[in-house]
Design a protein around this ligand. Structure first.
Ligand SMILES: *Cc1c(COP(=O)(O)O)cnc(C)c1O
Length: 395
């Protein structure tokens, strides 16, 4: 083993520990639902830390679909999709999403992350400009890093700052504005109506990463663009199959030309194997349930209201959220990690989010109500939050 590398790694780890930024992994040993079991703890914990918005990750109908597809077709696709790994189930899933989202076509990637990393550099060149919100997700940032285009960062959801950046980019051949639909750590929503109006004025294309809007925003969870009624004006929508849909994967929805070109050039599509039959079949079932059972998202929003009002009544600061993403703002990293530990002792799983996922000094517990939680789950969690909040002087 190379000592220089080992010394570097140990030094980095020591720094993370010293700055309270080291995050041990929690290992889940049960199905993922409103309550979960974790390794080293016999008790069932109330799970407030998943992105399993609609409770579909553990849904028996998705499990059934996954098992049947694995038994009928196999464990894997056998090759990358452009060679011979393009399964009928991949085509079926893409057709279903396209019809659900009212777009011409869809391409499914292995994850939302690879959808960003594969799409952004493929549709931009050196003489283009990408104009991106300062709080956009890491996978958008990495997608931009892979592109040769010039990059301008506008202040978070600030339309004056966006307009300035668009004006400054008028010399570029193409302009592409990229924003999260719902911001993953604060839960606020991008003003897509205003963004589309500015983009139109300055001849820019718009890409919305709706990882947290899929299954949550708009009728039947079609997404943030539908919430604002601007889906016809959005050139590129990214959705994830890993959060509300409950499985894993990401997709790009847009024009036939966009999808056709991505199939020729997007590197994660060309050079990395597509999802296995079980995943595609479970995703199909998840999207069908979203389409056919609007009560799932209705329950998510009712639960969100109950949980957020409960926290606010106790005096917690839930930041600027407009969606189920419910940060409990604390600020100090060490205190946030302590709150996580105390809550776990109380039977509540609410994970601390610290730098680099959020800025330094902006640490928080990120809590996520889902459609699968009951009022009793929330009441029990609120009582624990009250005890821990008082102990740490948060309320
Ligand atoms: C989670 C997330 C992704 C990545 O999605 P995966 O399918 O988990 O890779 C991309 N963008 C945003 C905004 C996200 O929150």
């Amino acid at each position: 083993m190379n000592n220089t590398l080992q010394d570097f790694l140990k030094g980095q780890l020591d720094t993370l520990h010293a700055e309270h930024l080291y995050k041990p992994l929690t290992t889940v040993t049960s199905a993922v639902g409103a309550r979960v079991k974790i390794a080293g703890n016999d008790r069932e914990l109330i799970n407030l830390s998943s992105n399993n918005y609609l409770g579909l990750a553990g849904d028996p109908r998705l499990r059934q679909a996954a098992s049947e597809a694995a038994l009928a077709i196999g464990a894997g696709g056998g090759a990358v999709r452009p060679i011979i790994g393009n399964l009928q189930l991949h085509d079926d899933l893409e057709k279903l999403i396209a019809s659900f989202k009212h777009v011409e076509d869809v391409l499914v990637f292995q994850s939302g992350f690879t959808a960003n990393a594969g799409t952004i550099p493929t549709i931009t060149d050196a003489d283009d400009a990408i104009i991106t919100d300062s709080l956009n997700h890491a996978s958008i940032i990495d997608g931009c890093r892979l592109s040769k285009a010039k990059r301008a960062i506008y202040q978070h959801c600030d339309m004056d700052s966006l307009e300035e950046a668009l004006k400054a980019a008028m010399g570029a051949k193409k302009r592409l504005v990229i924003t999260d639909g719902v911001f993953s750590m604060d839960g606020d929503v991008a003003p897509l109506d205003q963004i589309c109006a500015l983009a139109e004025r300055y001849d820019a294309a718009v890409m919305v990463d709706d990882a947290h809007g899929s299954g949550v925003m708009g009728a039947n969870g079609r997404g943030t663009a539908y919430h604002f009624g601007v889906h016809q004006k959005i050139d590129i929508q990214l959705g994830t199959l890993s959060k509300a849909v409950g499985v894993v994967g990401g997709y790009i929805a847009g024009s036939s030309a966009l999808i056709d070109f991505l199939k020729q050039r997007a590197r994660p599509f060309l050079f990395s194997t597509g999802c296995p039959p079980a995943v595609a079949a479970a995703c199909i079932k998840g999207i069908e349930l979203m389409r056919d059972e609007p009560e799932l998202s209705a329950r998510l929003w009712a639960n969100t209201k109950y949980w957020q009002e409960g926290l606010q009544k106790l005096g917690f600061d839930t930041g600027v959220t407009q969606t189920p993403i419910t940060p409990v703002m604390i600020g100090d990293e060490a205190k946030t990690q302590e709150a996580q530990r105390l809550l776990r002792d109380e039977g509540i799983l609410a994970l601390a989010i610290v730098f680099p996922t959020v800025g330094r000094g902006k640490a928080r517990l990120r809590t996520m109500p889902t459609a699968a939680h009951t009022q009793a789950d929330f009441d029990e969690a609120l009582a624990a939050f009250e005890r821990v909040g008082k102990k740490l002087g948060l309320i």
